[in-house]
Design a protein around this ligand. Structure first.
Ligand code: GDP
Length: 173
């Protein structure tokens, strides 16, 4: 007998200040590569990766802002229909940490409450950290989301971010 496969597709948006590693994270997760000088490709909206989770096939479409955040001009289309969100900041960029709350608000204004995680990227540069571990934990707690410490460069903890979000989305379906 043929059983129709019902595929779950989830749109994930990654927000945060420029240069925190958003595009690199998408490249790493969806293509398995890290290139220092990766040029943002205008016109590529998202990359995708399929995973199985609890016997379910899940297609994650991870959207790239393509640098729009630098002009504070992220289009509605970017957020439209987003079901999960990564709030990203960098270990070596204090401003990016301070900006997390306003990014969360932007996402909430456009998408309502969706499963969200806080990602501290570039933990390979911990020696140059400008954010105390407790501060990051406190922020995560006050935002009501989980904190993942990640190095996109060294491929530390990237997969778990997206698995967690996918699991949260499946629970809500
Ligand atoms: P975006 O503007 O947020 O999309 O950031 P990019 O993905 O363009 O990354 C900005 C810079 O940070 C690039 O030079 C990346 O190679 C670098 N980068 C990204 N992730 C990491 C990381 O985990 N560790 C280190 N050391 N550098 C990273």
């Amino acid at each position: 007998m043929y059983e129709e496969e019902l595929e779950v597709a989830i749109k994930v948006v990654i927000v945060g200040n420029g240069a925190v590693g958003k595009s690199s994270m998408i490249q790493r997760y969806c293509k398995g590569i890290f290139t220092r000088d990766y040029k943002k490709t205008i016109g590529v909206d998202f990359l995708e990766r399929q995973i199985s989770l609890g016997g379910e096939e899940v297609r994650l479409m991870v959207w790239d802002t393509a640098g729009q955040e630098e002009f504070d001009a992220i289009t509605r289309a970017y957020y439209r229909g987003a079901q999960a969100c990564v709030l990203a900041f960098s270990t070596t960029d204090r401003d990016s940490f301070e900006a997390v709350r306003s990014w969360k608000k932007k996402v909430e204004d456009e998408c309502g409450e969706i499963p969200t995680v806080l990602v501290q990227n570039k933990i390979d540069l911990a020696d140059h950290s400008v954010v105390e571990p407790e501060e990051a934990e406190m922020l995560a707690r006050s935002l009501g989301c989980r904190l993942f410490r990640v190095s996109v460069k060294e491929d530390v903890n990237v997969g778990p971010v997206f698995r967690h979000l996918a699991a949260c989305c499946l629970e809500e379906m």
